[in-house]
Design a protein around this ligand. Sequence first.
Ligand SMILES: [Zn+2]
Length: 429
Amino acid sequence: MSADEKERLVAHIAAQADALAVLTSELVRIPTANPPGEDYEACARYIGNRLGARGFAVEYLRAEGAKGDSDTYPRTNVIARFEGDRPGPCVHFNSHTDVVAAGEGWTVDPFGGEIRDRRVYGRGTCDMKGGLAASIVAAEALLDCGVAFPGAIEISGTADEESGGYAGVAWLAARGYFSRPRVDHVIIPEPLYKDAVCLGHRGVWWAEVEVYGRIAHGSMPFLGVSAIRGMGAFIAKVENELYPRLAQRRTEMPVIPDGARQSTLNFNSLHGGLPEQKDTDGFPSALVADRCRIVLDRRYLMEEDEDEVRGEVVAILEGLKAERPEFDYALKELWSVPPTMTDTSSPLVRALDRNIEAVLGHPSRHVASPGTYDQKHVQRIGHLENCVAYGPGILELAHQPDEYIDIADMVASAQVMALTALDLLRGQP
Ligand SMILES: [Zn+2]
């Protein structure tokens, strides 16, 4: 790319700062809360209309039959594609359009898209409508500046990332939308800082442990077996034996924030005994709990494997069985995803590194995400290794009240995206 071309693109995007803020604000005002999956169709149409007007070929793809899809809450995805002047590779920017519920604690309207102090406020600004807007402005800049390129640029807005992406990227990937020969490089503008390339994420293993007891009258607990006491013993062992071990397992993966650079385990939920009756004035029956259930959210590292992760929980449960004659349990695995890391020598990572440095004036950082995102589906279902996250948001603001995106960060990342796309399309190593 000539220096002149580069300068023109960078200057053109800098001049789009206000338009970028307005685009983000308008996207935020479409309240695509998940659950239940509100207004996906409206959001997809907004993106499709905008890009369609610029000559992109627009496809709306409803994930019929996918979990969560219904006529009330259709899981509508949009993919817009712009063909270059001759055949070549395809660079795809993928953003999820869904946002988590607003929750409590806001001082601004979460779906108002307020623009103030060089920021845009609202649910989804950071995660990740600001990133989506940056990718749209980056692609439009290539057209506005009249730079010629081979291949194609795609921009997608996909459903349900916040609940696993099964009606979004997973559904599309199963239909070839995230595979060669259609697509060569995928950039996901999740909020992981304008100066960092996110190579991948830790693994996930979710499981439910149910401990069984034997029911009896609550006034004579010695006649039964309390499943809650059995669960208490399990939690104590995890606390005393497993947690210290996990804390020592540090990874070579560049996971941020630093606290996530090790194995972690979260007790997601816990329930024992009769169903909770907080909405009625019913008095619980006097019973010894015969069931107690806990959901485990285990995040694991490249240096571990899923068999080990499962094995150490099973070892604790089996140990308890040996120690406590009436201890009984069932383990149900809910879902899992292996850790993933894109090779730093891939052209995609190198192009981002080069252009982050060109735009920001300092070298890029390589990071990995503490949690998973749609990259897993691109790699596992689409079998496309060239996929990373790169976007302008500040990770810690995601899912928080008063979430915002900095307009200057969006401008900088849009500049990086435009230059990177052009390098990749032209095959610049
Ligand atoms: Zn996200």
